[in-house]
Ligand binder design. Structure first.
Ligand code: GYE
Length: 328
């Protein structure tokens, strides 16, 4: 596990992080004790919508414990307003650093400005925001979702390279407005767009959940007589869709080929069982890197503005090999 975690690809080193702001919050740490006080982190999580999210939450909580960081944790139940409330409450509590995984990309400037005015450094983890003012956060730690979408598209292009027939694709998108939904869609579309035989015949959100993935796939199956491929933005929606496909008397992985993103254990099991055809990995184990970055920004040290996690892809054979050692 640590091998992967430590393998960072660091982008944007040239961009300067504003060191002075990073140190302001630490002097107001309310943990007392004199000398080096414990760092307090306020963390606003998206929710508990998927296996990925559960693993991410555990990674953050375990890493905080190991790093000796006091973690104030809140679950926003996939609602931006809850995240904004949580961030405001962390500002009031004068935490040393705020980290959050923004459920959607837009609408954060006001609250981020409030944190900046209070001299509390902010770290984005997992998902990005679209704020033009990048001084509102110190760094963004997470995956390259466009690249993930491209990897999914490349597999499809390769899989159908010998065929000239049309390939009808349905797409289950993640949470509307979220960075992974926007970017996984864009990366995939860019790659398959180069060949006119690929047609996305239906594309709808499944909110990154199993239940919604099943529901939307049922509707797709009713509306679309001829589906060749399902591209689901995460494993959970793909797993829900598998139930719908089986319910319709079709064989997932054969009648309908399935590509998903994440590589959580249940997804990898379905891949090894032949029900999914390809998974693009997205690592949720961001906790240790997050704590390292938090210590640095609280001290006012310079950090890269972008830290991209390293990830791979899995075929059915590869899933069989690694399944027993998969941790999440
Ligand atoms: O792929 C999905 C989760 O933001 C990368 O959120 C994360 C995504 C992940 O619900 O399963």
């Amino acid at each position: 596990m640590f091998k992967r975690i430590s393998a960072w690809v660091v982008v944007g080193l040239a961009a300067m992080s504003v060191a002075a702001c990073g140190s302001g919050g630490s002097t107001t740490a309310n943990t007392g004790g004199g000398g080096d006080s414990t760092i307090t982190m306020g963390f606003s999580q998206v929710g508990a919508e998927s296996g990925w999210r559960t693993a991410n939450t555990k990674s953050v909580q375990d890493a905080a414990k190991n790093a000796g960081i006091e973690l104030k944790f809140s679950d926003a139940q996939q609602k931006q307003e809850n995240q904004i409330k949580a961030i405001r409450s962390y500002i009031q509590q004068k935490v040393d650093v705020i980290a959050f995984s923004p459920v959607v990309e837009s609408g954060w400037d006001t609250v981020l400005k409030e944190a900046q005015n209070a001299k509390i450094p902010v770290i984005l983890t997992d998902r990005a925001v679209d704020s033009k003012d990048t001084s509102l956060y110190k760094t963004f730690l997470g995956s390259d979702f466009v690249e993930e979408g491209k990897k999914a598209g490349k597999w499809l292009v390769e899989e159908y390279k010998d065929s000239t027939d049309p390939v009808n694709i349905v797409e289950l998108q993640g949470t509307t407005g979220s960075a992974p939904a926007n970017d996984r869609k864009a990366g995939f579309a860019e790659v398959i767009g180069a060949e006119s035989k690929f047609k996305i015949v239906a594309s709808q959100t499944g909110d990154f959940t199993r239940a919604k993935g099943k529901e939307v796939m049922e509707a797709f199956l009713k509306a679309q007589p001829d589906i060749d491929v399902l591209y689901a933005h995460n494993d959970d929606m793909g797993l829900g869709a598998i139930e719908a496909i089986e319910g319709a008397g079709k064989v997932p992985g054969k009648d309908i080929k399935i590509i998903t993103v994440d590589a959580v254990k249940d997804g990898m099991q379905a891949l090894a069982d032949g029900k999914i055809n390809y998974i693009v990995e997205c690592s949720p184990l961001l906790g240790p890197q997050l704590m390292d970055l938090a210590k640095k920004v609280v001290k006012g040290e310079q950090v890269p503005v972008r830290v991209v996690t390293e990830e791979t892809v899995f075929t059915q054979d590869q899933a069989k090999e690694v399944l027993s050692t998969r941790q999440y």
